[in-house]
Design a protein around this ligand. Structure first.
Ligand SMILES: [Fe+2]
Ligand SMILES: [Fe+2]
Length: 261
């Protein structure tokens, strides 16, 4: 997980990132794939990594490197119809992109940190899937039968939940404290006023749910009209602005996922 620390370092320069790419051919290929994807609509194919860094910008390179390293850490093998890893990652990357958008509208909220919280917020589910598989399947059953969110079905089967497990993982990876707290509280509205990144993540999740891009494993109906902007002191107009950009962000998330898998 050293890569995550490097790409998440706010002091990392363009040269550091280029160096990282030259030592990681798989990542370099992914970056080139993304820069040549439909989203950017370039007339000519880019084959030089340095040029790709200039075109995409540091932020996108860091984001794709981070995405690629977590997908690598957990794998991407489709094995269960009810918990499709591709859908999981598409949800996570789309929430990350949208979280960055929302954070850009807020004072004193770091868009890069918001991206990382978005990307990692549900990762605790993968940990439970991997290490407590029987319980994971029981949670899925319960959520499906009772039309519940995964989070609401967890307490009957495990002593923790995916938000806490994800926060623990973020700490293990030595990510910033605020990132771990954003992950920890993303299902706890009372905390959004203090832990803004958690509120940002909730906002982005809600937009994704409306766009039928809920995380696999949740079976609850989307509560229409939830004022997700209120705890962040944003307005309904801000929400509609994000909604307007949601299709584009989800399309970009698809390109990112395709480039890293
Ligand atoms: Fe969650
Ligand atoms: Fe989610």
């Amino acid at each position: 997980m050293k890569l995550i620390c490097v790409v998440n370092d706010p002091d990392a320069s363009g040269a550091d990132v280029s160096k990282l790419l030259t030592t990681d051919p798989a990542l370099a290929t992914q970056v080139l794939k993304l820069v040549n994807s439909a989203y950017f609509g370039l007339m000519e194919k880019v084959s030089d990594v340095h040029q790709a860094v200039v075109l995409l910008g540091m932020r996108q390179i860091r984001n794709i490197a981070l995405g690629a390293s977590v997908v690598r850490a957990f794998g991407n093998n489709a094995e269960e119809a009810r918990f499709d890893p591709r859908k999981f990652w598409l949800h996570s990357i789309a929430v990350a992109n949208l979280s960055m958008k929302v954070a850009q509208m807020l004072p004193a909220t770091d868009p890069d940190q918001a991206y990382v919280v978005g990307l990692l917020h549900d990762m605790g589910k993968l940990v439970i899937h991997q290490f407590r598989h029987e319980e994971f399947m029981a949670i899925l059953d319960r959520a499906e039968k009772a039309s519940l969110a995964f989070y609401d079905a967890e307490p009957t089967r495990i002593e923790s939940n995916h938000a806490e497990v994800g926060a623990w993982l973020a700490q293990e990876w030595e990510l910033e404290h605020s990132i771990a707290e954003g992950v920890r509280w993303h299902h706890t509205p009372e905390k959004y006023a203090v832990h803004r990144l958690a509120g940002v993540c909730r906002f982005a999740n809600y937009v994704c749910a409306i766009k039928f891009l809920q995380c696999p494993g949740s079976y609850d109906a989307v509560p229409l009209g939830e004022p997700v902007w209120e705890p962040l002191e944003l307005t309904q107009a801000d929400f509609l602005r994000v909604m307007n950009e949601a299709d584009q962000e989800i399309a970009f998330a698809k390109d990112v996922l395709q480039s890293i898998t």
